[in-house]
Design a binder for this molecule. Structure first.
Ligand code: OSB
Ligand code: MG
Length: 370
């Protein structure tokens, strides 16, 4: 694929309701889109970084810098054979996986258009539809949170995930379990705790959580192993799983019993699939995580989650209108009456086109390299 031109477009899309985590409160999805022109086609990718380096070390500023100064000069006007060969060609750039993944995802989109096959087919997906769960931001008022839970249960969401942080953990769980004793419930701490809080996690066992997501720091793979041995509830790692090697270490050490795979956090779909295959082989349940994506990233997550290992747990792939009034794909991602999302396949059952009018209306910056 000859790379003729690369555009990066910054878009700002307001959340219908602010999304609060242990690390920040999001008001807008401030995202970078990448459009790669090749031989008369244009492939789209969505970068999953945020406005600040709070979830992981990258943010929109570092991504823009790495794209502009290090990735674009390496690939513009060259012939890139595949997403895999692209990843090899940027191996000298350490880390910066969200930046690499954005380009990698656009290359997959070009492959889809060149071959006429769906991303599901190219990746080796096997599922026609996948089960979805909802991730709820923190609310100052517990009654508001209880109402939200009720709302998403009424829509059929298969799992409810609550964000927690020190001071808003056991009390929240107590209130939620009192109201909803039997729902499939998980919590996500986004690295807000340390091993000193081990008694708090012991106390969580009584709430019968499906798993506790990323209680400790990104680099605390050993501490997570200590924690996992001391509690009954499965630990699920998110931030810590930055690569195949990290996943292998976590599995070997017993740091978790579940893994949330976000392919972008690991450098793209190619690396994400390797981690999926490893977990399938090792019997580690996996699910596809989310980063409050806009439609381009959301649609690619759906195809990724059609891989065979993603058949058990519910995914953080909600309907687009769970977050946004308007999205950047036509159609917007929707859920079925069974609260699943259908996977686009080679029959053309669903095609998520980039909605360039919507993108223009949200644009807050545009960079072009040609
Ligand atoms: O840790 O899974 C996370 C959102 C932003 C950053 C990190 C996370 C999240 C979510 C939302 O939990 C998942 C989604 O619905 O996209
Ligand atoms: Mg998480």
């Amino acid at each position: 694929m000859k790379i003729d031109r690369i555009d990066v477009i910054r878009v700002l899309n307001p959340f219908r309701h602010p999304f609060e985590t242990s690390f920040t409160r999001f008001v807008n999805r401030d995202a970078l889109l990448i459009k790669i022109y090749s031989e008369g086609l244009a492939g789209w990718g969505e970068c999953k970084s945020f406005y600040g380096p709070f979830y992981n070390p990258e943010d929109n500023g570092t991504v823009l810098h790495v794209l502009k100064d290090h990735i674009v000069p390496r690939i513009l006007h060259t012939d890139v054979e595949s997403p895999e060969s692209f990843m090899q060609s940027v191996q000298m750039i350490r880390g910066n996986r969200l930046a690499k993944a954005a380009v990698e995802n656009a290359l997959w989109d070009l492959m889809v258009q060149r071959t006429g096959h769906s991303l599901k087919t190219l990746l080796g997906g096997t599922q026609n539809e996948i089960k979805v769960g909802v991730s709820l931001g923190m609310e100052g008022d517990i009654n508001e949170l209880l109402q939200e839970i009720d709302h998403y249960l009424s829509l059929g969401y298969h799992r409810t995930k609550l964000k927690i942080k020190p001071g808003a953990d056991l009390s929240v769980l107590r209130a939620v379990r009192k109201e909803f004793p039997d729902i499939t419930l998980t919590v996500d701490a986004n690295s807000a705790y340390t091993l000193k809080d081990i008694d708090l996690f012991r106390a969580m066992d009584e709430f019968r959580l499906q798993y506790i997501e990323q209680p400790l720091g990104e680099e605390d793979i050993v501490d997570h192993a200590v924690l996992q041995k001391e509690i009954q509830t499965p630990v699920c790692l998110d931030e810590s799983i930055v690569s195949y090697e990290a996943a292998e270490a976590a599995i070997r050490l017993g740091s978790c019993r579940v893994i949330n795979i976000k392919s972008s956090r690991c450098g793209g779909l190619w690396e994400g699939r390797r981690i999926h295959d490893l977990c399938l082989k090792k019997g580690i349940p996996v699910w596809c995580g989310g980063m409050t994506e806009l439609g381009i990233g959301r649609a690619q997550n759906i195809s990724f989650a059609s891989l065979p290992g993603f058949s058990g747990l519910a995914h953080d792939i909600a309907a687009a209108d769970r977050y946004f009034e308007r999205d950047i794909t036509d159609p917007m991602v929707q859920i079925t009456p069974r609260c699943t999302v259908e996977v686009p396949d080679d029959t053309g059952n669903i095609v998520y086109h980039a909605d360039e009018k919507a993108i223009d209306s949200m644009a807050a910056g545009h960079w072009i390299w040609r």
